[in-house]
Structure formats: structure tokens, C-alpha cells
Design a protein. Structure first.
Length: 93
């Protein structure tokens, strides 16, 4: 089933495209809360040590998301130009 992004209400299209990302962020948040709960059972020093890693994890996640967004943009442009060989090589190398 294919649907066009150029038809229908913009708010509906935006919601449809953003929901998977929202669910992903909520899943990551749930895992972080579960990790925090279980590490807190070990003690305050252990919880403080894990808290120091949060900025590092956030930076790495931001870099990964940026690379993923950039790659998706490059691939989408190649698909839009209908350059099959170009986007095949960009996605497999």
C-alpha cells in the first residue's frame, strides 16, 4: 500500500511520519527508567556513576541520529532522481 505525502492534510501526514519516532523515544525512555531503578538498588555511588555517562550517551545518540538523517536525505534525493544504480551503491557500500 502506497500513500502520497502530497495529498491530504499536512497535520495528518506529519503525525503519521512522527509517530514511529515518538514510540522509539518513549521506548528508550522506558529502558532508561528501568536501568535507573535497578542501578539505584545498588546504591547512590553507583547511580551517580551512571548519571555521569548520560551526556556521553546523549552525544553519541545525537551523532548517530544526525548521520542517519543525513544518509536518509542523500538516499531520498537519489530515489527522487530515479538513479537506481546510485542509491543501490550508496546503501550497500
Amino acid at each position: 500500500m502506497q500513500s502520497s505525502l502530497t495529498t491530504g492534510r499536512v497535520s495528518h501526514q506529519l503525525l503519521k511520519l512522527s509517530l514511529p519516532m515518538v514510540w522509539g523515544v518513549l521506548a528508550i525512555l522506558a529502558f532508561s527508567l528501568a536501568d535507573t531503578y535497578f542501578i539505584a538498588q545498588l546504591g547512590t555511588n553507583e547511580l551517580a556513576a551512571i548519571s555521569f555517562t548520560f551526556p556521553v550517551v546523549s552525544i553519541l545518540a545525537s551523532v548517530a541520529m544526525g548521520l542517519g538523517t543525513g544518509a536518509a536525505s542523500v538516499i531520498a534525493r537519489e530515489i527522487g532522481k530515479e538513479h537506481q544504480a546510485s542509491y543501490d551503491s550508496r546503501t550497500t557500500e
